[in-house]
Design a binder for this molecule. Sequence first.
Ligand code: PMP
Length: 288
Amino acid sequence: MKVFLNGKIVDEEEARVSVFDHGLLYGDGIFEGIRVYNKCVFKLDAHLERLEYSAKAILLELPWSRAEISDAVCETCRTNGITDGYIRLVVTRGRGTLGLNPYNCSNPQLIVMAQEIQLYPKEFYTDGLKTITVPTRRNGPGSLPSTIKSLNYLNNILAKIEAVNAGYMEAVMMNDQGFVSECTADNLFIVQKGTIYTPPAYAGALLGITRQIVLDMARESDIEVVETNLTRFDLWVAEECFLTGTAAEVVPVTEIDGRKIGNGTPGPIVVGFMETYRNLVSRDGTFL
Ligand code: PMP
């Protein structure tokens, strides 16, 4: 694989950052995960806007314009011959000293990787995914705002470990108050009596690009959407539940904590969204 690193395309073996980089030492940096469908980068501008917001929030001044980052993304895809794939865009704080002070870091690193996507098993989309709530909490807005897509994923990783150890691929994370936040790498929605509910950013949810697309799709179909706090009870008794994410797309959930969701098969609303989303990705995007 070829990797874009600070203005140059290099072999992956040569794509190295300093051991003094605060991205490595402290998870001090930000990232984006982006999809390519049929040689088109999907929602590139929305991802770059979120990257800029994340950078601003952590006072990391991006020395590259949006157009330069966009070119780096497209060049990396073209060089690796990607038709359908997954892009990882990373910006680290750069090389600093062993202390925390980010003002000692002068040289942020821009890294772009692109490869074929590893998808969830097909059965998840036809039969639904089973998941559990786990003990590790999502960061609340008073600690690390979930709206910053930072390199700091340790509590999500602990939650993932808890899921995998229990035999599940994804976990539902709560916040410190016991309200539902999201999954380790996906946003969560439920449907109850024809209305769609999803946790807001203040409950610890990332403002996912796919989440926003689903909210827009729902409004276009005149389905009421409410962003509000949800409890585990709300999940257990939901008629439908589904997850959204750039990699996962829209995936139905048919069991949570041993409770069947609805009748235990993907419901009509999520099935409709899965189809609309598939249509959207096939006709939208920045051509490589
Ligand atoms: N929540 C978390 C914690 C994530 O890392 C992601 C991205 N994988 C999402 C939600 C989904 O966001 P998006 O739709 O922008 O990929």
